[in-house]
Design a protein around this ligand. Structure first.
Ligand code: NAP
Length: 310
C-alpha cells in the first residue's frame, strides 16, 4: 500500500529539508491548522486521511526563549503533541514518527547519552518545561502502543542547523545566532563581535538535510517503542564553530565572549549506535564545514527575508 504522509511543522527548518527529498506528502503549517486546537486537528486528519505522520511541529527555541517562556513552551507542546497522537489513534493512522531532542535528557546523565536514560533525572533547569513536554510525547507514544498496539515511534536529534532556521537574535539556537551576529558585524564594519558564554562547551550538530534523510529511513526501518538517537555524534566547541563561521563569512574583526551570559551544559555527547545497527551509514552525515557553508549561502541569498531577521 502506498504511504499517504502528513508532515506537521512542514514550514519549519526540518520540514523544508524533508520537502526537498520527498516526492509526495502534505506539509502543514500553523496557518493550515493550529495543532493546539483539538477540533482543528481532528478535522485535519479527516481531510487528509494520512497513513503515516511525521510529527515535526513544536514550539522551538534557544536557551533564552526556553527560559523566558517556560509556561508557553510547556503548554503549547503538550497540547500539540496530545492532539496529534490522539487524532492519529482515532483515525487508525498506521505509523507516527515524532521528534524529541537530546536537550530533554537529564542534566546529570552518563555520557554518551543512551536512549534508556531519558527519564532518569530532571532536565537542565533552563529548559525544563520544553523537556518535560517532549518527554510526555515519548510516554504518550508508548501508552498508545502498549494499550492499543499503535506503531508510534520517537526520534531524538541533537542540535540541528540548516537553511530556513530561525535567525532571531533572542529566540534562535546557537548556530543561527552566531551566523547572524558575525554577518551583521561584517556588513556594518564593526571591529568586534561579542558572543554568549565562553565558547568552551562542546556540542554535536546535525545538518537538517541529514536528519530528514534519517527520518525517511526510520519510516521504513524502525518500529520499536524505545526512542532512537539520530544525530551526528562528532563534537565541536562553540568557539570552533565561531571561527569556522568567521572564515566562511569573511569577517576580519575579533570574536569576544560575554561570560556573564549562560552557556548551557558543558557537553552532552549522544550515542547513535542503535541507528547505525539498523544500517544507517554515519559517513552520510554532512561535514560541519559543508553544512555551515550551505546554510550561509542560503542566508545571503535570502537576506533579509529570513525568519527572525525580517
Ligand atoms: N532546531 C533544533 O535544533 C532541534 C533540535 C532537536 C529537536 N528538534 C525538534 O525538531 C522538530 C522540528 O524543529 P525545527 O527546528 O524544524 O522547528 P521550527 O523551524 O521552529 O519549525 C516549527 C514548525 O512547527 C510549526 N508549529 C509551531 N507551532 C504550531 C502550532 N501551534 N500549530 C501548528 N504548527 C505549529 C511551525 O509552523 P509555522 O511555520 O506556521 O509557525 C513550523 O512549521 C521539533 O519537534 C523540534 O522540537 C529541533
Amino acid at each position: 500500500m502506498n504511504k499517504k504522509i502528513l508532515v506537521t511543522g512542514g514550514t519549519g527548518m526540518v520540514g523544508h529539508a524533508l520537502k526537498q527529498i520527498m516526492s509526495d506528502g502534505t506539509f502543514i503549517s500553523s496557518t493550515d491548522c493550529d495543532l493546539r486546537n483539538k477540533e482543528d486537528v481532528f478535522r485535519l486528519y479527516k481531510k487528509h486521511k494520512p497513513t503515516h505522520v511525521v510529527h515535526l511541529a513544536a514550539k522551538v527555541g534557544g536557551i533564552a526563549a526556553n527560559s523566558n517562556y517556560l509556561a508557553d513552551f510547556y503548554i503549547d507542546n503538550v497540547e500539540i503533541n496530545t492532539n496529534v497522537l490522539a487524532a492519529a489513534h482515532y483515525n487508525n493512522t498506521e505509523k507516527v514518527v515524532s521528534l524529541l531532542s537530546t536537550c530533554i535528557y537529564p542534566d546529570k546523565a552518563k555520557y554518551p547519552l543512551t536512549e534508556n536514560q531519558i527519564h532518569l533525572g530532571p532536565p537542565h533547569s533552563s529548559n525544563y518545561a520544553y523537556a518535560y513536554a517532549k518527554r510526555m510525547l515519548d510516554i504518550q507514544s508508548r501508552a498508545y502502543r502498549d494499550q492499543y498496539g499503535r506503531n508510534y515511534i520517537t526520534v531524538v536529534p541533537n542540535n540541528l542547523y540548516g537553511e530556513n532556521d530561525n535567525f532571531h537574535l533572542e529566540d534562535s539556537h546557537v548556530i543561527p545566532a552566531l551566523m547572524r551576529k558575525i554577518h551583521d558585524a561584517k556588513i556594518n564594519d564593526i571591529p568586534s563581535v561579542t558572543l554568549w558564554g565562553d565558547g568552551t562547551p562542546l556540542r554535536e550538530f546535525t545538518y537538517s538535510k541529514d536528519l530528514s534523510e534519517v527520518l525517511l529511513f526510520l519510516l521504513d526501518n524502525y518500529d520499536s517503542p524505545e526512542p532512537i538517537n539520530v544525530g551526528n555524534t562528532s563534537e565541536i566547541s562553540i568557539s570552533s564553530i565561531a571561527l569556522i563561521l568567521k572564515d566562511i563569512i569573511g569577517y576580519s574583526g575579533n570574536i569576544l565572549w560575554d561570560t556573564s551570559k549562560p552557556k548551557g551544559q558543558l557537553r552532552k555527547p549522544s550515542d547513535n549506535s542503535k541507528l547505525i545497527s539498523l544500517g544507517w551509514d554515519p559517513n552520510q552525515y554532512t561535514s560541519i564545514i559543508k553544512g555551515l557553508q550551505n546554510t550561509y549561502n542560503w542566508y545571503i541569498i535570502n537576506y533579509p527575508n529570513v525568519r527572525g531577521v525580517e
